[in-house]
Design a protein around this ligand. Structure first.
Ligand code: ZN
Length: 186
């Protein structure tokens, strides 16, 4: 297992400049068919995701790999337990080809934005084209909570994070000074 640390925009001292540079970069397309290097990146992302049980999804740039690869729980299961291979999807070069319905607003958290929650509006239904972990072309439809997670993870591939959304932002009251400082610098 080669699991990697999850990069964060800030830590207890303030903005994390090196991590932020990676998280804010637009990730590049993976060439098809997947070469050895791409397969290793996919495996590192899977290992990193499976090594923790507190994530709904993870995008490659969050572990320092600026490639368009995401992984996420494919069922609306907010109870975080041990994951079986059928419980998660890996998408390489995911592209949203269709959205349906009115956007729904919910609060989201992100491993790369520790301790905050932000209200974000997302489509309740999306269609995706991508490659799977083996590099085969696939198309999929996702609904509701899972559709939200997929949209969140695809944002990461474009360097976009929940703090970029206009919705209300919540942080622990006892850390007001830290977060005021962070969002002034931001
Ligand atoms: Zn995130």
């Amino acid at each position: 297992m080669t699991e990697s640390r999850v990069l964060t925009l800030w830590n207890e001292e303030g903005i994390n400049k090196e991590d932020t540079a990676v998280l804010r970069k637009k990730s590049s397309e993976v060439s098809s068919p997947l070469d050895k290097n791409a397969r290793e990146s996919v495996q590192t992302l899977i290992d990193s995701f499976l090594a923790r049980n507190d994530a709904s999804g993870l995008a490659a740039p969050q572990i320092g790999i600026n490639k368009r690869i995401i992984i996420f729980r494919n069922k609306d299961c907010r109870e975080k337990g041990k994951l079986r291979p059928e419980d998660f999807d890996v998408l390489v070069n995911p592209r949203i080809t269709q959205t349906r319905g009115e956007k729904v607003t919910m609060t989201e958290g992100c491993l790369s934005c520790p301790e905050i929650q932000v209200e974000v509006s997302r489509f309740p239904e999306i269609k995706i084209r991508a490659l799977n972990a083996q590099g085969e072309k696939i198309s999929k439809r996702y609904l509701d909570y899972v559709a939200r997670v997929v949209q969140h993870e695809i944002d990461h591939l474009d360097g976009k994070l929940i703090v970029d959304y206009e919705g209300n932002l919540y942080y622990p009251k006892n850390k007001e000074l830290l977060f005021r400082k962070i969002f002034q610098e931001h």
